[in-house]
Design a protein around this ligand. Structure first.
Ligand code: NAP
Length: 229
């Protein structure tokens, strides 16, 4: 594990739910935390460095990593949480405009690749190990959802990148996780039931204890406690 002064978390695409909850959990454990998003003026989270990022623009991701490094230090933990979904017409998934599909795909996975590139280069350059990279997932890579025509392909590619990273790199250097909250039966979680706090708890466990597989599915009990599926 990196020395204490180097414990830095950078969340790309962090808003009031998962992003803020994960930030609070890591802050409470002594981490320095930066959140990257487009509307940084909407962020009112004490102790977190707001950084402008538009994940559809690779140069803003590179610049954001530079800012986080200079202000907080090199991240040893990175969370990719940005996502986009365009609903298709009923029973017509291919009715989504091609430009919307391309834009959503870039947000769902293109930006994640750029973040993977910079996070791994920086960690190597500064001998930070292990680097933990967590992608916020869902079940769309494993269960087809007709409404997720622009989300599912991006999450599937994101899962592929986490699998690829876990296969090729030594876990002592880089660890990759695709973390998805699921229902007790392994299904998709209705949006209102997605728990930011549970993501914070699980991401903290991943950063500290790790898991032996990149595909991490977890459940949240009515009392808020989390379990691995
Ligand atoms: N397990 C499940 O079944 C499930 C269900 C729902 C959601 N999810 C996943 O949870 C994640 C979202 O969590 P949440 O709803 O709680 O979100 P959140 O952390 O509250 O906010 C996500 C943030 O992403 C930022 N963002 C969007 N587009 C961006 C872009 N182009 N560049 C930079 N930042 C961008 C937005 O901020 P700005 O507008 O300021 O940029 C937004 O505040 C997604 O990955 C989603 O797929 C999983």
């Amino acid at each position: 594990m990196a020395p204490l002064e180097q414990k830095v978390l950078f969340i790309l695409g962090g808003g009031p739910r998962i992003g803020h909850s994960v930030a609070k959990k890591f802050l409470s454990q002594g981490y320095k935390v930066a959140i990257g998003r487009r509307n940084i003026e909407k962020m009112d989270l004490d102790g977190v460095l707001p950084v402008y990022v538009d994940v559809t623009k690779p140069e803003t991701i590179e610049e954001a990593f530079r800012k986080v490094e200079s202000r907080l230090g090199v991240p040893n933990a990175v969370v990719y949480n940005a996502a986009a979904l365009t609903f298709p017409p009923e029973k017509d998934p291919f009715g989504v405009e091609p430009a919307a599909f391309t834009r959503d795909l870039t947000i769902n996975v293109g930006g994640a690749y750029t973040a993977l590139h910079h996070a791994t280069r920086l960690a190597r350059l500064h001998n930070i190990s292990p680097l933990i990279f967590i992608a916020t997932g869902n079940v769309t890579p494993f269960k087809v959802n007709p409404l997720a025509v622009t989300l599912g392909p991006g999450k599937s590619a994101l899962a592929h990148l986490m699998s690829l990273g876990s296969t090729v790199y030594d876990a002592k250097e880089f660890r990759f996780y695709f973390a998805s909250q699921v229902t007790e039966t392994g299904g998709p979680v209705p949006y209102p039931q997605v728990s930011g706090e549970a993501h914070g708890e699980v991401y903290w466990k991943l950063a500290n204890e790790g898991r032996n597989h990149w595909d991490v599915r977890f459940t949240v009990a009515p009392d808020g406690s989390t379990g691995f599926a």
